[in-house]
Design a protein around this ligand. Structure first.
Ligand SMILES: *[C@@H]1O[C@H](CO)[C@@H](O)[C@H](O)[C@H]1NC(C)=O
Ligand SMILES: *[C@@H]1O[C@H](CO)[C@@H](O)[C@H](O)[C@H]1NC(C)=O
Ligand SMILES: *[C@@H]1O[C@H](CO)[C@@H](O)[C@H](O)[C@H]1NC(C)=O
Ligand SMILES: *[C@@H]1O[C@H](CO)[C@@H](O)[C@H](O)[C@H]1NC(C)=O
Ligand SMILES: *[C@@H]1O[C@H](CO)[C@@H](O)[C@H](O)[C@H]1NC(C)=O
Ligand SMILES: *[C@@H]1O[C@H](CO)[C@@H](O)[C@H](O)[C@H]1NC(C)=O
Ligand SMILES: *[C@@H]1O[C@H](CO)[C@@H](O)[C@H](O)[C@H]1NC(C)=O
Ligand SMILES: *[C@@H]1O[C@H](CO)[C@@H](O)[C@H](O)[C@H]1NC(C)=O
Ligand SMILES: *[C@@H]1O[C@H](CO)[C@@H](O)[C@H](O)[C@H]1NC(C)=O
Length: 793
């Protein structure tokens, strides 16, 4: 009995002790007699944020103290305490309030802190607590006095700037708050990129690489925004901004801060990413993913060192960075995670560096043309290319040279090489070990040997080889993303299309035929009509189009230019054009979800054409016939770039035309926005806007939408069969966007980029006014013709 009693007492004691040590059941406060370890956490009172031990993805056995979003399934860290000093075991480590009133991290049962808030002379150490607030801020303060704050995580920036926090410069102490990127996606240690207020005193934030190179600035603060960030102060009424901005500059300090108008959108963060981009991200509940609301700089290649060493950057490419010939990716895993800053390394060491300059002759150079040269060049006095090469060859630290009248050489580092710049005629010569180049030379010799060896079976063999090669080239070209266009022979295309026997459609620039390359690969061949350009110009334009790659743009695979014949070869889309699915009598009415995805996809494709291609491309003829669908109904915009190619003065289709086509004003990308809006009405309704012979103001769908929107009952607009599965919020968003797009005044129309964000729910949109232009058109009896179905055809 006694033993039972004593063991019972011991258990009770143990229970009490453990209760005393871990009473942290979802509390937001840690008091001085408590500690937190293992998977225990503090949770803010509203449940939005949590603080505890975490392990970044892929960081084997490295644990950190951090704050993250408690309600978001994807681990998203907003603050890290011990950025550079991970612990290996969270169970034997603990967070606690020390006797001197600091919030500290103890590792491995050790007594001395691995990390501390470093509060000096805390006179109320025993009544000090740590509290995690609902805005993501961790306070260390006196227990009974909420305003006696001794330390806060908001003052200790890592890579994240939460709404309400201030990135400041203190004029009295000279302390400048700085956000520093993570080292890589799995390591919160300070990385290379940072943002802070200009230490020189101007009212602008600067983005820096390695605390030295400034690669982007916000521009000075003017009355309602930074001069380099025009989108902050929208002149247009449509995006009722979700953010409230404030820049404060007084005797004590200067800082910028932002807040969210609607508390429901608390999940917004601004970061300096491991790839050097400064971004504001918003949690998109529907997609369960972070969506970009703001990204700077816009040109990714302008981020200093974005591709690291020995690689080159190509703006607008699907993956902008690639290693130079003779080099391979450093940390390929980081490359895959969209962080190429680790750059590349040599495949074969330079002979020179290896063993003194005597072996210098074993190094060679190869040229890369049309580049933007890196800027840290040394100028030497060599007067010709040959001397320039020798100067570089004879110095083991010289990595590259360029000669354009002046001899430039690069030592130690080779970064920020930008590739494929049309405007530059500069070439750079890259130093590699001779064996790097002779290897491929040997391969060539070997190939030549084989070819010569096969000479005996020449006439027959070569014909077969040629045929196989062509066929393989076509298939390879079609399957691989190698960026280069195939130049077809007309006779080849005749073969592929069985002499142009299967017509897929008759577009505005000529008819389209189906071609069959192999059992699994088909192409669409477009015979251009009304063509006036010379061959050279045609090839130039076509190669520009061939460089445009986007999931929502139809891909140009090749072309043919023979005599007066001009043909374009595109990827084949098994589901045909959008009009067949929207207006066809077939039973395959597209679901709301798919229609909404199609609308968003088209907007993305057009945004790419308008805003991201090197030369902005205005499509000029947006309509359902020019939207193709792949086998999973991903929309692809077709026929872009042809208006320019064919030097068409006026293109477009009645019913989708913006007023500026008729008034003769300059055509901008906003003309496409108008046509997109008209088409969006059709995607919403599943009917032609001009369906009936006598469409009137009462039955004209865009007008109906504009009015019903104001009355708040857009649902009533959709016919049976379409109403199923409609998401009300998406429907309202789509209707609003469509109405904003067809405003008569082009500056009232949103850009395609903004449309993408509105449809994704990343930015809000205000209530559109009834489009005056359409109203006027409807009212004028003369204009009634414009709406007759005949005219529309
Ligand atoms: C904790 O202990 C482990 C092994 O005992 C050691 O590898 C690690 O470096 C220690 N960590 C700290 C922060 O002292
Ligand atoms: C803290 O206290 C020490 C000694 O009491 C004093 O010398 C020091 O100036 C104080 N520091 C601050 C920051 O008040
Ligand atoms: C609470 O702390 C603030 C700031 O230290 C101080 O000004 C205030 O007097 C304190 N209030 C009480 C009731 O002690
Ligand atoms: C700040 O001043 C220094 C020295 O005048 C200058 O080199 C630097 O470029 C300035 N920084 C900015 C961001 O203007
Ligand atoms: C910003 O303001 C500073 C003076 O405060 C001025 O020297 C600088 O040129 C301005 N920068 C820009 C981009 O206007
Ligand atoms: C960053 O700058 C420091 C000196 O300021 C230098 O030692 C270091 O090598 C630089 N980092 C890189 C990646 O170039
Ligand atoms: C460098 O060259 C010398 C003589 O040619 C040779 O003995 C030595 O091993 C070489 N060292 C390396 C690192 O290749
Ligand atoms: C190579 O060039 C660097 C940079 O100009 C220079 O510091 C170094 O002395 C040169 N080395 C030789 C061997 O000439
Ligand atoms: C050669 O390049 C240098 C540096 O980029 C430039 O200053 C110079 O004007 C160029 N010379 C010619 C002839 O293009």
């Amino acid at each position: 009995m006694a033993t039972w009693l004593s063991s019972c007492t011991i258990s009770l004691l143990l229970l009490l002790i453990s209760l005393q040590q871990s009473p942290l059941h979802a509390s937001d406060t840690l008091t001085s007699n408590q500690q937190l370890s293992g998977n225990q956490k503090l949770i803010s009172r509203d449940g939005n944020f949590a603080l505890g031990f975490f392990q970044p993805a892929g960081s084997n056995g490295r644990w950190y103290i951090g704050i993250w979003y408690n309600k978001i399934p994807e681990q998203t860290i907003v603050w890290v305490a011990n950025r550079e000093k991970p612990v290996s075991d969270p169970v034997s480590s603990s967070l606690t309030i020390s006797d001197d009133g600091n919030f500290i991290l103890l590792a491995n049962h050790s007594k001395s802190p691995l990390w501390s808030t470093n509060i000096k002379n805390n006179t109320a150490a025993s009544s000090t607590v740590a509290v995690l607030l609902g805005n993501g801020n961790l306070l260390v303060r006196h227990e009974s006095n909420a305003s006696a704050v001794l330390w806060q995580s908001f003052d200790d920036f890592t890579d994240t700037w939460l709404p309400g926090n201030k990135l400041s410069r203190n004029k009295k102490t000279g302390v400048i708050k700085r956000m520093i990127s993570w080292k890589d996606r799995g390591d919160p240690a300070p990385g290379l990129f940072s943002i802070q207020l200009d230490p020189n005193g101007s009212k602008q934030y600067i983005l820096q690489w390695n605390s030295s190179e400034v690669y982007w600035t916000t521009g000075n603060w003017t009355n309602n925004g930074f001069s380099g960030v025009p989108e902050m102060s929208p002149v247009n009424p449509y995006p009722s901004s979700r953010f409230l901005f404030q820049f404060v500059d007084n005797d004590e300090e200067a800082y910028f801060t932002y807040n969210i108008k609607n508390d429901a959108l608390i999940f917004t963060r601004t970061i300096i990413d491991v790839s050097g981009l400064f971004q504001t991200l918003v949690w998109a509940e529907a997609q369960q993913a972070w969506a970009n609301s703001f990204t700077k700089p816009k040109a990714k290649c302008s981020v200093y060192g974005v591709c690291g060493e020995y690689s080159k950057c190509r703006e607008n490419a699907a993956s902008p960075c690639s290693c130079l010939k003779g080099f391979s990716e450093n940390h390929p895993n980081n490359w895959k995670l969209d962080d190429q800053t680790a750059g590349c390394r040599r495949n074969i060491p330079l002979q020179c560096a290896n063993n003194g300059s005597m072996k210098a002759k074993h190094d060679r150079f190869y040229a890369i043309d049309s580049v933007k040269l890196p800027d840290n060049a040394h100028i030497t006095d060599a007067t010709n290319v040959h001397d320039c090469e020798l100067i570089c060859l004879n110095n083991c630290s010289c990595l590259a040279y360029s000669h354009n009248g002046t001899c430039l050489v690069w030592h130690n580092h080779l970064m920020n090489l930008q590739d494929n710049i049309d405007t530059s005629s500069d070439s750079i010569f890259i130093r590699v070990a001779a064996s790097e180049l002779s290897n491929s030379g040997n391969k060539k010799l070997w190939l030549i040997g084989i070819i010569i060896g096969g000479f005996t079976v020449l006439s027959f063999g070569v014909a077969i080889l040629y045929f196989l090669h062509r066929r393989r080239a076509i298939i390879n070209g079609l399957n691989h993303d190698n960026g280069s266009l195939i130049s077809f022979k007309y006779s080849n295309l005749q073969l592929l299309t069985r002499n142009f026997s299967e017509v897929l459609g008759a577009g505005s620039f000529g008819s389209v035929f189906k071609g069959v390359v192999s059992d699994t690969t088909a192409v669409a061949v477009k015979k251009l009509e009304g063509f006036h350009q010379g061959e050279k110009q045609f090839r130039a334009e076509v190669s520009t189009l061939g460089n445009i790659h986007h999931i929502n743009l139809i891909r140009l695979l090749g072309f043919c230019s023979e005599g007066a014949k001009r043909l374009l070869v595109y990827e084949y889309m098994p589901n045909g054009s959008l009009d067949k699915h929207l207006f066809g009598s077939s039973s395959t009415t597209l679901s709301w979800k798919i229609r909404y995805q199609i609308a968003a996809g088209i907007a993305k494709g057009l945004a790419y054409l308008h805003e991201e291609c090197r030369d902005c491309i205005i499509h000029c003829d947006i309509k359902p016939e020019n939207i193709l669908l792949d086998d999973s109904f991903v929309p692809k915009v077709a026929d872009f770039g042809l208006a320019k190619l064919l030097e068409a003065s006026m293109r477009g289709t009645v019913g989708y035309l913006a007023p500026e086509w008729i008034s003769g004003e300059a055509i901008t990308t906003k003309a496409d926005v108008f046509s997109y809006g008209m088409m969006l009405f059709e995607i919403i309704s599943g009917r032609r806007n001009l369906e009936h012979k006598e469409t009137t103001m009462e039955t004209f769908f865009p007008m109906l939408v504009a009015r019903k929107l104001l009355e708040g009952e857009v649902q009533a607009l959709l016919g049976e069969g379409l109403i199923n599965g409609v998401n009300e919020r998406e429907l309202e968003r789509a209707c609003k966007v469509a109405c904003w797009c067809v405003q008569g005044n082009e500056s009232s129309r949103p850009t395609m980029g903004e449309i993408v964000k509105i449809l994704e729910g990343v930015i809000d949109v205000g209530m559109p006014p009834v489009p005056r232009y359409l109203e006027v058109l409807c009212e004028g009896s003369e204009n009634a013709k414009f709406f007759s179905y005949e005219a529309a055809k």
